[in-house]
Every structure is written in structure tokens, then in C-alpha cells.
Write a protein that binds this ligand. Structure first.
Ligand code: A3P
Length: 298
């Protein structure tokens, strides 16, 4: 039943998964938290964050990203650190510590709000997120169980049944936090990174208090990072073709298509229309919008 639980369990799933983190995680001012809904570009942003924060530390060709999956370099709080351990030893990690989580903003440990740590959130248009998530969960599912029909998954999504709570609430929680406290919460969209990775690498480094120097720019650091972290490059690394996260989930499952607008290959016109209406309704007045397709090439 794991598959239906992913959807129907909703916030219960998130609450159970997040309990250890909420009760025990002690944020430090130098921490960086990568927050996201599932299938929103977490893997990509993990690679980017690691590369930006460790730039200059490794000779070219020696980045740990070439031999470790992004999920091995930046652990999930609720899956990797607190799931089987109430108080993992995180105090000895050298700063800046980088952690990730799928938990909604309102479910984060209170020490996160109280400290000066930084939050980087990434999200993605709901149509692509839904399709990406459906593919991921279908692959995770054991082979001997009938697949849940897409129509059912679509209904779950529309009615807010999702493993870390309704899509809309997740995004809006972080959106509002970023408006209220722009120095603490950086709000990124997958589609924007796709469109202009250079701009966003600079923005991210500035937000984290370590902007690229002229010298670094001239040495081609930004280009190097965007290439290292590109979908094509990461997907084709041996570690991401054959490795597994937590000895279980194949790394390859985190690299499927990596495009904006793949939803058009799966959603009927009426499904797409319904989701667009929902988007309008849920985000109305918030100032939040999403691109549903990439710019046609010139
Ligand atoms: P698709 O299923 O649409 O291909 P997450 O990392 O949050 O689990 O999200 C996974 C999605 O991000 C998948 O989307 C995956 O292909 C895409 N992705 C992974 N690495 C990427 C990268 N370096 N650049 C762009 N997209 C990437």
C-alpha cells in the first residue's frame, strides 16, 4: 500500500517523517537548508549548492560530485538523518553545514526560524511536478502491485493529497516566508534556473554571503559549475547511472528528462485546464506565477 499512502497519507506522512527533526534539530547561524517539494529540482540544487560552496576547493576534474550522488553529499533531514536516529551527531560537521528537507515551512524545527541560518527553496510548475512525481513513485513501487491509474493520481493532486501536504500550501508557505524575510529565504523556480543558470548561480552565491569575485568570474567558475551540474553531465556520470541512495533507491531515478513542459505529453487538455484554473485560484493575490513551457528557441 506504500503507493497510495504516498498520496493519501499526506500531511501525516510529513508529520511522522519530520518529528525527529522538529524536536531535536538545532540550527546554527551558518547552516544552509535546501527546502523543496519532491520532484522540484532538489537533486539539481543539491549539486549546485555543493559546487558553489566548495568552489576553489577541488582541482577541476576532482569534484566529489563526479564520484558521489548529490543526495550522498547533502542529506535529507527526514530520510537520512532523523528517520532511524533521534539525535544524529551533526555538531561536528564543519560549517557551513548543508541539509535538505521536503517538509513544509510551517513544519520546520523552531530553531531554524530562531537562528540566522539561510533557507533556499526550489519549486516547479505543478503540471511538471505532478508528472515527474508520478513517474518517480511508479518506479519506486514494487513490481508485483498494480499501478495506480494516472487519473487517480491526478485527482489526489487536485484535492491536495500529496506526501508532504498540498502542493499549493507547500509553495505558498515558503513564498510568503521569502517575502517577509528575503535575507533568510531565497525562493527559486526550476523554470527560471533552466532559463538563466548563470544569473541564478550569482544570485544564489550573493544570497549565501559568498558572491563570485571578479577573479572567479574571469577564471570561468560560473560556467564550470553550471556545466558540472547540468542534467546531461550528472545523468551520465557512472555514480548516477549505477549508484544507489541509502543503498536502496537507484540514483538514476533522480534523472529522468529534466525539461520544462513535459506535462504536455501526458495531461489531456481538460486536465491541464483544470490545473491552470487551480493555480489561478490558489495563487491569486500572492503575486506567484509559473511558466508552463520554455521559451521557444530563437
Ligand atoms: P523529470 O522527472 O521531469 O525529468 P528532484 O531532484 O526534486 O527529485 O526532482 C527530479 C526532477 O529534476 C526530475 O524531473 C529530474 O529529471 C530533474 N533533474 C535532475 N537533475 C537535474 C539537473 N541537473 N538539471 C535539470 N533537471 C534535473
Amino acid at each position: 500500500g506504500g503507493y497510495t499512502q504516498v498520496y493519501e497519507g499526506g500531511l501525516t506522512f510529513a508529520t511522522v517523517r519530520g518529528a525527529g527533526h522538529q524536536q531535536h534539530f538545532q540550527a546554527e547561524d551558518t547552516d544552509i537548508l535546501l527546502c523543496s517539494g519532491p520532484k522540484s529540482g532538489t537533486t539539481w540544487l543539491k549539486a549546485i549548492l555543493f559546487a558553489v560552496m566548495n568552489r576553489g576547493r577541488y582541482a577541476s576534474g576532482e569534484s566529489p560530485l563526479l564520484t558521489s550522488g548529490p543526495h550522498d553529499l547533502i542529506p535529507f533531514m527526514e530520510f537520512d538523518l532523523y528517520m532511524h536516529n533521534e539525535s544524529p551527531d551533526l555538531e561536528h560537521l564543519p560549517p557551513p553545514r548543508i541539509f535538505s528537507t521536503h517538509l513544509p515551512y510551517a513544519s520546520l524545527a523552531s530553531s531554524i526560524e530562531e537562528s540566522n541560518c539561510k533557507i533556499v527553496y526550489i519549486c516547479r510548475n505543478p503540471l511538471d511536478q505532478l508528472i515527474s512525481h508520478w513517474h518517480f513513485v511508479s518506479k519506486l513501487r514494487r513490481a508485483n502491485v498494480d499501478p495506480l491509474p494516472f487519473e487517480q493520481v491526478f485527482e489526489y493532486f487536485c484535492s491536495g493529497k500529496h506526501n508532504f501536504g498540498p502542493f499549493w500550501d507547500h509553495v505558498l508557505g515558503y513564498w510568503k516566508a521569502s517575502l517577509e524575510n528575503p535575507n533568510k529565504v531565497l525562493f527559486l523556480k526550476y523554470e527560471d534556473l533552466k532559463e538563466d543558470i548563470t544569473f541564478h548561480l550569482k544570485r544564489l552565491a550573493e544570497f549565501l554571503g559568498c558572491p563570485f569575485s571578479m577573479e572567479e568570474e574571469n577564471q570561468g567558475f560560473i560556467d564550470e559549475i553550471s556545466k558540472l551540474c547540468s542534467f546531461e553531465n550528472l545523468k551520465n556520470l557512472d555514480i548516477n547511472k549505477t549508484g544507489r541512495r541509502l543503498d536502496m533507491i537507484p540514483n538514476s531515478m533522480y534523472f529522468r528528462k529534466g525539461e520544462v513542459g513535459d506535462w504536455a505529453n501526458y495531461l489531456t487538455a481538460s486536465m491541464a485546464e483544470r490545473l491552470e484554473k487551480l493555480m489561478e485560484e490558489k495563487f491569486s493575490g500572492s503575486g506567484l506565477t509559473f511558466k508552463l513551457s520554455c521559451k521557444p528557441s530563437p
